[in-house]
Design a protein around this ligand. Sequence first.
Ligand code: ARG
Length: 460
Amino acid sequence: PSNTMWGGRFTTAPSEVMERINASIDVDRRFYAQDIRASQAHAAMLAECGILTQDDNTAIQDGLERIRQEIEAGEFTFSAALEDIHMNVESRLRELIGEAAGRLHTARSRNDQVATDFRLWVRDTIDALDALLADLQAALLDQADAETETVMPGYTHLQAAQPVTFAHHLLAYVEMLGRDRGRFADCRKRLNESPLGAAALAGTGFPIDREMTARALGFERPMANSLDAVSDRDFAVEFLAAASLLGVHLSRFSEEIVIWCSEGFRFIQLSDAFTTGSSIMPQKKNPDAAELVRAKAGRLVGALNALLIVMKGLPLAYGKDMQEDKEPVFEAADTLALALSATTGMVRDMKADRERMRAATTKGYLTATDLADWLVRVLNLPFRDAHHVTGALVARAEADGRDLAELSLAEMQAVEPRITEDIYEVLTVERSVASRRSQGGTAPERVREAIAAARERFLS
Ligand code: ARG
């Protein structure tokens, strides 16, 4: 006997290799719950529309429920010969309830079925990831609360630029993560339409009610075009694009954590729980979690690439190529969940070394911009001239390894005679940071407002 689903046209069974390349059960069994849920909605609708008897519907509902329990109890035998989750479930249903099982697939194809299951799964996954993203934002905000007065060098080109507060730096990531959540939410909104009832590609002659199944499954509406419904995977691509970008954000943050833990910086300490030792060097405490999160972005971008390339050039409607859509999405979702949890753990446990951060701000002429701004504000110099004067003062100080505040007034006046004693006031990093009160700026009072606003926007 060949296949029980389509054996009618076939005389011999598939080769063993064919079975292996064709089977997706090891991957798509993961959305068994969505598959069963969608089948239950479909059967209920068929009964409501008079296409299925109430007795058959009841048998199907109960049988599917029992299959769900078998799978969850680990008692279900998945078979590669039955290819995928859809046929594994249907075949078991036939064993359980007999002939009525064969009526479930009326007015449906695996094409609209798989598209429906996959959308439901991505939707559930987005909701789970959103909660993990909110957890990470909360951890960052809690750290920020404690570090609003902690000054550190802000960098451009990884060269010390201007002093900022550690809280301000952490809040930058809270914003990025907020946009990541927005991207997933956009993806969720667009994917939330029901392919069910598109059947193989053209719709069906049975008098079905697509609104009803859409509603039952929590979709906003049925998809408008049956060909589109079964053949696009743009929702999965969007999911992977959002995942990749989030991965890039996490990777940048991890890189900073690695830098901050390095000997030259020592701005933070990670906990023992999120570091590892060395098997040979007893002194080592390595930021492995951060390094792994930094690397995971590669997998995420790889998954996005893989699916885009699968989809490129595919003619409408369904092609088996599309069976390759699930693995990258599942892998990306698992990778992200782990990377988010690891990042949240690191942030919750990290300890800022305030003295080391403060000390680092005394090197690198971080308040040079403040000095130039003083020349503009007090002496009314054009900014370009002030920039030039300040550059000359930095060169003077640098020549014998002094800080700007260590230049005497006479030395300063040698460059610009109108400079007065008042200028020293703007040369401390605390003054510098406190002065940056513009909206979104690093002044502690602004940052405290920003923390409160972020809690309101993201966590309430
Ligand atoms: N396992 C298949 C997939 O994931 C289900 C759809 C099969 N449809 C078909 N016409 N062969 O794409």
